[in-house]
Design a protein around this ligand. Structure first.
Ligand code: NAD
Ligand code: MG
Length: 381
C-alpha cells in the first residue's frame, strides 16, 4: 500500500534526506506536501521533481516567486505560518514527517495529531516544550508517534516486542567537536569550530546544540516523554564513533543495542516503514572499519547545558519550554557572533531563574512561556 507523506521542513537536513528515502522507495512512498521556511529555490526544485499535491512557503513574501515558478504544474501553493497547520490536515495525507527545526514545529504537529495523522517525529523541540500535552493528544486521537532522532529510533527498535521491562535507557552521545575539552578551553572557541561536527552533517541549530551538548539534554527530555521513564532511569554514554545509536537495559540486566553507520536515512526510513523493515542500498557498516567502540562518562562540569536540561526535567511544568526558548535565542545569537560559546548556558540558566514557573501548563501557557522567555533572553543579550 502506498503511504502519502507530508514533509514539514523538506528543504532542511532531515527533509532532504527524507526525500532521498522517498526516492529509494518510490513504490511505497508518495509525497503529498512539501514546506520550507525561506528556501524558495529548493522548494520549487523539490516540487518540480516530486510533484506533490501542495507546497507551503512559510515566508509569505516569497509566495509569488513559488507560485510563478510552479504555474505550469498542478501543485497548489500556499504561504504563511498558518498554512503549515492547514496542509497537514488534507485528507490525502497519511503521515506527517516533522522536520522543522525548533519551537515552530509544535503548532503544525498538534494540528496533524488532531487530524489523526501518524507522526514521524524529527522535531524533538515539540516533545521538549510540550511532551505531556503531545502524549495526551496522541492518546486522545489514537495517533502513533514514531521517533526519527537516531537515539530514540534505536531505543524504539530495542523495545519492539517488549516495551514494558525497561530498567534503564542508555542514550549514546558523540560528544561533539569539543569532547575532552576543559571549561577553560571552551572560552575561546569560534562559531566555525562549533559548526564542525565529527560524525553528522546537520542543520546549524542542532550542530551547535551538539557542541554545547544541549542536544543530549533535549534528547533526555525527549526520551522521558517517548518512553515514560524518569530522569533516574536515563543514562548518557559518550561514544565518539556514533555506531551504537543507543541501548536499553531490561529488568533482568540484559542490554540490547541498535547499531549502524551514522546515517539519518536509516531512522527516517524505519519511522516510515514501521512495523515493517524495507530493503535498501544505503552503505552497510563493517566491523572491520571499527576495531574499537569506546564509551566514557559525560562531563557535566564542562557541558553545563546537560546539567540544566536534567534540572529542567526534574522541575517539570513549563521549565523545559523555558530552556528550549532561551536556548533557541542564545544559539541564534551565537550563530550571529553576538555572544561567546559559554554565554549559551549562562543565558539559559538566567532564563530558568527569571521566568515564572507554571506547574501544569496548558497549550496557551506554553505559547506564553515561549514568547516571554524569548523577550527576556533577548534583553539579556
Ligand atoms: P535544518 O535547519 O537543516 O532544516 C530545518 C527545516 O525547517 C528547513 O526546511 C526550514 O525551511 C524549516 N524551518 C525552519 N524554521 C522554520 C519556521 N520558523 N517555520 C517553518 N519552517 C521552518 O534542520 P535539521 O537539521 O533538518 O533539523 C530538523 C529537526 O530534526 C530539528 O528539530 C532537529 O533537532 C531534528 N534532528 C535533526 C537531525 C539531523 O541529522 N539533522 C538528527 C536528529 C534530529
Ligand atoms: Mg539525536
Amino acid at each position: 500500500m502506498q503511504k502519502n507523506i507530508a514533509i514539514l521542513g523538506s528543504t532542511g537536513s532531515i527533509g532532504t534526506q527524507t526525500l532521498d528515502v522517498v526516492k529509494a522507495n518510490s513504490d511505497k512512498l508518495t509525497v503529498e506536501v512539501l514546506t520550507s521556511n525561506t528556501n524558495a529555490d529548493l522548494l520549487i526544485k523539490q516540487a518540480q521533481e516530486f510533484n506533490p499535491n501542495a507546497v507551503v512557503i512559510a515566508d509569505d513574501k516569497q509566495y509569488h516567486k513559488v507560485k510563478d515558478a510552479l504555474q505550469n504544474t498542478d501543485v497548489k501553493v500556499y504561504a504563511g505560518e498558518d498554512a503549515l497547520s492547514q496542509v497537514v490536515q488534507m485528507n490525502t495525507v497519511d503521515t506527517v514527517v516533522t522536520a522543522i527545526v525548533g519551537y515552530a514545529g509544535l503548532k503544525p504537529t498538534i494540528s496533524a495529531i488532531k487530524a489523526k495523522k501518524a507522526i514521524a517525529l524529527a522535531n524533538k523541540e515539540t516533545l521538549v516544550v510540550a511532551g505531556e500535552l503531545i502524549n495526551k493528544l496522541c492518546e486522545e486521537y489514537s495517533v502513533p508517534l514514531i521517533p526519527i532522532d537516531s537515539e530514540h529510533s534505536a531505543i524504539f527498535q530495542c523495545l519492539v516486542g517488549e516495551p514494558d521491562k525497561i530498567e534503564k535507557i542508555i542514550l549514546t552521545a558523540s560528544g561533539g567537536p569539543f569532547r575532552g575539552k576543559s571549561l577553560q578551553e571552551l572560552q575561546s572557541v569560534t562559531k566555525a569550530q562549533a559548526l564542525k561536527h565529527p560524525n553528522w552533517s546537520m542543520g546549524a541549530k542542532i550542530t551547535i546544540d551538539s557542541a554545547t551538548m544541549m542536544n543530549k539534554g533535549l534528547e533526555v527530555i525527549e526520551a522521558k516523554w517517548l518512553f515514560g521513564v524518569p530522569h533516574s532511569q536515563i543514562d548518557i554514554a559518550v561514544h565518539p564513533q556514533s555506531i551504537v545509536h543507543s541501548m536499553v537495559q531490561f529488568t533482568d540486566g540484559s542490554i540490547k543495542a541498535q547499531l549502524g553507520l551514522p546515517d539519518m536515512k536509516l531512522p527516517i526510513q524505519y519511522a516510515l516503514s514501521f512495523p515493517d523493515r524495507w530493503h535498501n542500498d544505503f552503505p552497510r557498516m563493517s566491523f572491520a572499519d571499527y576495531p574499537q567502540l569506546t564509551f566514557e562518562q559525560p562531563n557535566f562540569d564542562t557541558f553545563q547545558c546537560l546539567r540544566l536540561a536534567y534540572e529542567a526535567l526534574d522541575k517539570g511544568g513549563n521549565t523545559s519550554a523555558i530552556i528550549n526558548a532561551a536556548n533557541e535565542v542564545a544559539v541564534s545569537a551565537f550563530l550571529q557572533e553576538q555572544i561567546h560559546f559559554l554565554d549559551i548556558p549562562k543565558l539559559i540558566e538566567k532564563a530558568m531563574q527569571g521566568m515564572d514557573f507554571v506547574s501544569s501548563p496548558t497549550y496557551e501557557d506554553y505559547v506564553a512561556t515561549d514568547e516571554e522567555t524569548r523577550k527576556f533572553t533577548k534583553n539579556l543579550i
